[in-house]
Design a protein around this ligand. Structure first.
Ligand code: HEC
Length: 112
């Protein structure tokens, strides 16, 4: 009986971890690539002018730790309004794509 309670307690703890997102789920880089191309590059590509013009960004524009810092700390602080339009899962997918193709990753990539 005691054993069963222990198992139950551990099970509930694991569920709790998942529910609170303590175990961060890896995003989907294919979705991330699509989202980055269609939603971020609108502003971050060559030839964009005006108040929405961001600098040209490719996955290889930053190192893995720079992308990490950007998504965890900076959170697009120059234009927080834009960040709020994305769902957490979408940002996680975009982050995964950028991180996996960062400047110091095994496969640095441009966005094309
Ligand atoms: C409506 C236009 C717009 C959209 C959409 C947009 N950004 Fe930006 N972004 C900006 C502007 C403007 C800045 C501030 C100027 C700059 O630093 O490029 C900025 C800044 C940044 C910076 C800091 C640049 C640096 O290296 O200092 C990063 C990184 C960035 N954006 C990433 C993203 C990502 C990732 C997405 C998609 C999830 C995104 N942006 C969507 C306009 C946009």
């Amino acid at each position: 009986m005691k054993e069963a309670l222990k198992v139950l307690a551990i099970f509930i703890m694991i569920l709790g971890f998942f529910a609170t997102g303590v175990i961060a789920k890896k995003g989907n880089p294919r979705k991330g690539k699509y989202l980055f191309r269609t939603k971020c590059r609108v502003c971050h590509k060559p030839g964009v002018t005006g108040k929405d013009a961001g600098k040209v960004l490719e996955p290889l524009s930053k190192t893995q730790s720079q992308w990490k810092r950007f998504f965890e700390k900076n959170k697009h602080k120059k234009r927080p309004d834009i960040w709020e339009k994305f769902k957490p899962e979408e940002l996680n997918d975009i982050y995964t794509y950028l991180y996996e193709h960062a400047y110091d990753s095994p496969q640095p990539a441009k966005c094309h």
